[in-house]
Each structure stands twice: as structure tokens, then as C-alpha cells.
Design a protein around this ligand. Sequence first.
Ligand SMILES: [Zn+2]
Length: 267
Amino acid sequence: MAVTLRALLAVCLGLSVLPPTRAQTPAPASAIDAALAEDIVIGSRVLAEFGVLDGFGHVSARSPTNPNHFLMSRSLAPALVTADDIMEFDLDGNAVDARGRSVFLERFIHSEIYRARPEVMSVVHTHSPGVIPFGVSKVPLQAMFHNAAFLAAGAPVWDIRKEFGETNMLVSDPARGKSLAQMLSDKWVVLMRGHGDVTVGPTVKMAVFRAYYTDVDAKLQSQAIALGGDVNYLTPGEGAKADAINFAVIDRIWNLWKMRVAPGLAK
Ligand SMILES: [Zn+2]
């Protein structure tokens, strides 16, 4: 009965479920790094501002003090996220200090990638409109230009149906998250058939940058293909060199984006 009630509430709350009700030791609010929480807020709002996220999708960061924990918003539309909405989770997807807040059903995307990729410090999941065609066709997403250089390393497609049959398409448990993380492998991006994509990075800024430029690149690639003839993509070598530059100058575009979505915080 409890499971049925929880499922019913999950439907009512959209892409969210109530957290486990087991007794937990509350963590002090100050345990969440303020600067990191701000990056998650800015990243969420930027991706919403540019149409990469709509009412769904999420940005997370690995905890700087506990590598087995990560931070992400309570279940909320990305454009509405504030620092007070940021929660801490363990790698099983349990909220450390739920306090009755609802959580994202697809938090297992984040938990299982943090478990599989120790060097990844941020994960972004989007339903990016531009990439959907590349998740359902046989045309691989490739790097069109230097800002999307990270795509030159490859962008595999994860098909949930191959391992889990006909589902609701959501990564709503650890097994699905683990399967997705395995397809991501050592890449920066993985597409999800009929769903969206996931980008990862060494910082929130880079993961958000990659989410944004994955969408831009996909739209440009569709245009280039429509022109006809062969398309001359970046090579893996060009991609690696250009991505190093993107990493070095990330603050330039980040501060521009911050000014757009939070003028009071821009430097
Ligand atoms: Zn999703």
C-alpha cells in the first residue's frame, strides 16, 4: 500500500518521488558549499534561459568534502532553482537531509555516474531538443566547431530498451543509472534514445558548457547535413586541443551567462 501511495504521489509531483522515510541524521545547512550551490543555480537557470532545459532536467555537483555525496536541487523546474533548494545525496540516491522535500526521480543518472567516474565533479541531464534526432537515428553526433570540441571524443547513444525492454524511458533506479554510466564510459557526453542526453565535466561550469554546446552542435550538424555532401568534422586531435582552450576561458562565457540570469551576481 505504501508503495502504491508513493507511486501515486510521484505521478502527482511530476518527475519526483518522496524520499525514503527511514530515520536520518540531519546535516547542518552550512554543510552545502555556498559557491558550489550558486554554480548549480546559475547553471540550471542558464540552460533554462537558452532552451536546453525546460520544466525538466537537472544540474548536480560532487560534494567537495565527501566524494561519495553529491548536490542537486529538490524536484523543481530548473529556472526556479535557488540555493536553498540544493540538497545532498549519497551514491545510492538517498537524501542526506530530506526534511520532507521531494526529489528527482532521475537522480540515479547522477549517482551512478559519480560512482563510475571518480574524476567527474558535475553531471547535467537535459531533454535537449537538438540532440533528440541523433538519439533515434543512425547518424552519429560529431564535433562541428571548436566550442563543441569535446564531442570529437565521441558521443555514444544509450538505448534503454536494449537492457530493460519497454519502459517509461526514465532512469528511475540504480540499475538503469549504472547501465547509462557504462555507455558513457570515458566520454563527456552520452545521448539517450528518445529522451535526451547527459554531459559531465571537472566543474559545474564545464558540464553546463558542454550541455549547452551539445545542443548547439546538434542543431548545426542537422543544418550541415541538410546542405548535402560530405561534412568535414573536427578530428579527435583537434577536439582535444580545442577543448583545453575552452576549459581555460570558461569564466568569460560563464560570467556573461551569469549576467543574463542573475545580474546581481555577475562580476
Ligand atoms: Zn530525463
